[in-house]
Design a protein around this ligand. Sequence first.
Ligand code: SF4
Length: 441
Amino acid sequence: MSTATAPKVGFVSLGCPKATVDSERILTQLRMEGYEVVPTYQDADVVVVNTCGFIDSAKAESLDAIGEALAENGRVIVTGCMGVSESAIRDVHPSVLAVTGPQQYEQVVNAVHEVVPPNIEHNPLIDLVPPQGIKLTPRHYAYLKISEGCNHSCSFCIIPSMRGKLVSRPVGDVLSEAQRLVKAGVKELLVISQDTSAYGVDLKYKTDFWDGRPVKTRMLELCETLSSMGVWVRLHYVYPYPNVDDVIPLMAAGKLLPYLDIPFQHASPKVLKAMKRPAFEDRTLARIKQWREICPQLTIRSTFIVGFPGETEEDFQYLLDWLTEAQLDRVGCFQYSPVDGAPANDMNLEIVPDDVKQDRWDRFMAHQQAISTARLQRKIGLEMDVLIDEVDHEGAVGRSWADAPEIDGSVFIETTAVQPGDKVRVRIVDADEYDMWAELV
Ligand code: SF4
């Protein structure tokens, strides 16, 4: 599609999968208008940097990326989560051309128009864009964003103030996008939002239409319909509300990947209360047990925060004991770091010193690694399907249904006779704390 006259845009996409989806939408629009997306600063007429502003290290990374784009190209537009604090960007990089916030697709595109006008002779032929839009993920998997914003007010989080209250996409739109993606070759859909179990609450679970039939804008109906599309469907950012029970039988029946990404963040009731976490109470362990009775192969991945203000040694020990009981498969852990503007900063709770945070993080990781390792070891000898992500001269790297891209482990297979996007049957021959090794069956 490269033409000498097409205006050229460089794009740097940082942050979480939700930001990636935003990037894809901006790129899709620009491609439809005839812009060419180029991979180097030197070739670009303007560079868009989609930033992340979630924690301090992400902000620093965003500022570095803006600085690099300014040094290498000079014409830079900033968008994304960090765009909500324009002054924080302009204080460091006063020469950026425009700053817009998350989901401000039109504003970003307008800013690009001002710097580099679209080629007015360009006829926006729809075939400039593949039917699934521009995907920044490999061709065989795609994120499917079902809503924006969040109705909760976790005390460490500024997402509700950055992204607003929950706004669900009508289920017909989501399903149409999913179908386009599947037709374009996507083999795995990763459902994302800030709170997937709350999908449709804001629309009062309104009935929408898809493929000539009524479908409710609700997690269960969304999952049921997605599961009829013949691809892997994986749920992220699920909170353990009672309605999650409804999708477990779909997982047990093999319709939905038996995988739940639930950001528990902590287990101590006192810390969870201070964090103002939704849907967490003493029964969570009982729920997990009940889910596993219905669907024994269920994989649960989660993230936790250690060193939240007010966390005592007793709270931390409670968390370790909870992990022993919960037997989660995949776990990430962060040391708490205050986020500007988050309510937790004003709660007058005792700050946990950095050395204590580090010590708890080390103990947490060692504790959970033993659990994850033991759970992976049990898979040695099993046969399972693996979706191939990459192939090089040394072999293939894929993922089982229990592994989400980028955050979980990989399955290494000694073969070059497969392609990215292939689904192959393997037997697991070895495992460590994260990854598995397998042979083709
Ligand atoms: S659920 Fe809590 S942590 Fe997640 S986006 Fe909403 S407020 Fe933030």
